[in-house]
Design a protein around this ligand. Sequence first.
Ligand code: 4H7
Length: 246
Amino acid sequence: MRIDVVTLFPDFMRQCAAVGVVGRAQQRELLQVETWNPRDYATDNYRTVDGRTCGGGPGMVMLIEPLRSALKAVREAAPDPVHVIYLSPQGARLTQGRVEALAKLPRIALLCGRYEGVDERLLAHEVDEELSIGDYVLSGGELGAAVIIDAVGRLQDGALNDAQSAEQDSFSNGLLDCPHYAKPVHDALGDVPDVLLSGDHAAIRRWRLKQSLGRTWLRRPDLLAQRALDKESRALLDEFRREHAQ
Ligand SMILES: CN1CCN(c2ccccc2CNc2ccc(C(N)=O)cn2)CC1
């Protein structure tokens, strides 16, 4: 998969994509992340990328031309069609379901707004989808772009050594993750639950599922409401709720 990022901070974006699982996915050529700086496509001597807000008001707006030229260069850089995403507080909330759909595309481009945002005419003609990573205000779209690069990059085939970890990820099965423990088995902070030391893998799987269900019920009942539970899960959640009520 190829991801092109249009941003005034290319070094920052390249660093975000160079570390960890995503960096390794790039080394394995499972993922390619390229950056494009609108300033390189500004035609005036001052490399201007922003303009005064029409109608008055504080702040500046990103100009059409440098962005349009940068996106043209993005499209021409490779044959596959590009799905252009704009990160903004006005976008649809990003979910794991949307991430999984995006991860299947051959190419996406991430347009990162700064200042007060981008000229609406550019958005209307060049952007396919507007996404928000959450209901809060950031100084630019780059952190949203970094989130998408990571969430989509780690899902590329071969990016994760243990395919299961992608499956067992919280949100992949619509539930919050269960607790995790490492040695020492006994610590001043407490002990590792016995079941995890039992070697009984069926019991361990049930315990983890019960913990995921219980935590989701306690912390994110909205997620539980979205999910049909099978017989086993309903029984485990009832058990958890009985224990929790006592
Ligand atoms: C003070 N203004 C700065 C510019 N900003 C703005 C406006 C439009 C587009 C991009 C931005 C960049 N900011 C973002 C971007 C994304 C998110 C998100 N939730 O995904 C939050 N913030 C609006 C606020």
